[in-house]
Design a protein around this ligand. Sequence first.
Ligand SMILES: [Zn+2]
Length: 383
Amino acid sequence: MGKMLIRNIGTLVSGDVSDPILDADSILVSDGIIGAVGSDLSAEGVDIIIDAQGTTVTPGLIDSHCHVVIGDFTPRQRMLDFLDSELHGGVTQVISAGEVHLPGRPKDAAGVKALAILAAKAFDNFRPGGIKVRGGALILEPGLTEEDFAEMAREGVKTVGEIGLGKVKKPEDAAPMVAWAKKYGMTVMMHTGGTSIPGSSVVTADQVIATNPDVVSHLNGGPTSVSPEEARKIVMETDLVYEISHCGNPKMILEVCRLTREKNAYHRVVIGNDHPSGTGVVPLGILRVLNMIASIGEIPPEIAVCMASGNTARVHKLDSGFIEPGKAADLVIMDAPMGSVGDDALAALAAGDIPGVSKVIVDGEIKVQKSRNTPPPKRAATL
Ligand SMILES: [Zn+2]
């Protein structure tokens, strides 16, 4: 794979909400891993040099909520290549929230276990366009045993998809399975708010608290939200990680941002697309949430980017999400779009604009040379 140097970086976003902007202008990548971050790093022995032209480099964005099934096809909206399209929106990794759209999805313990293992292994071997997919998010159904969780963990299943999608919904039924999942290292997500599709159910704050997942999915609704009082309870009275999703309730995005600022809970927010869904396929969903929360939601734009990278990496135990030596070199180079009132990518987000992406890099390899989905950047990185 060799060495890559990215230099002349104008703004470098770390992925860490507690220290979001790094004082450095270059990144050295060796064999797909970030080797050094600093100023004026030497180009000696480097195979590829990218001149960022004074623009912004961030960790690859991570979509914490994607309803993949198998391959780059969604039965939900009968569309191809939606994952490749999301890569062109600066997303280098998506996390499955449950392969719930599989036609004829099995609803017995053996079936959901097989589906989770199959999706986890298939996406380990398949990166559409280069995007990383953590597939295989188990949907909880009655009859699963502790030995099932142990076996799935051994076979590579790392996630429990949104609790509420399957028949195990009540906290007293779900809590033992949640404990097994956590014991074997899985990250557990839980649907919150009103019903999404026929067959799903309303999930309240008290049910979430009694179930104790790792991630409260779409606190702003998916698509129907909990009430502001219920959202307040989750933000103020728990330490749970919670998600702001694109396909949720926009008014509640503002409320969740307000609560986050009040509680100083920036480290607890992750950003999800929640597509493909009834809302559709949204290639720029993550960038759109970032511009919403950074503009009308009054979250500093560099913090917003860290919510969509380092925060998600931490709760899902990924090797990416931060710009620091030893992490996977999943990176995005972007600038304000042409015509924006913002001078750079962060100012554009704060102004409510979608930045222009000029390079997307996954494991140290350039996967997107020029985004086909974002508006063109004012300044594009060059090779
Ligand atoms: Zn949901």
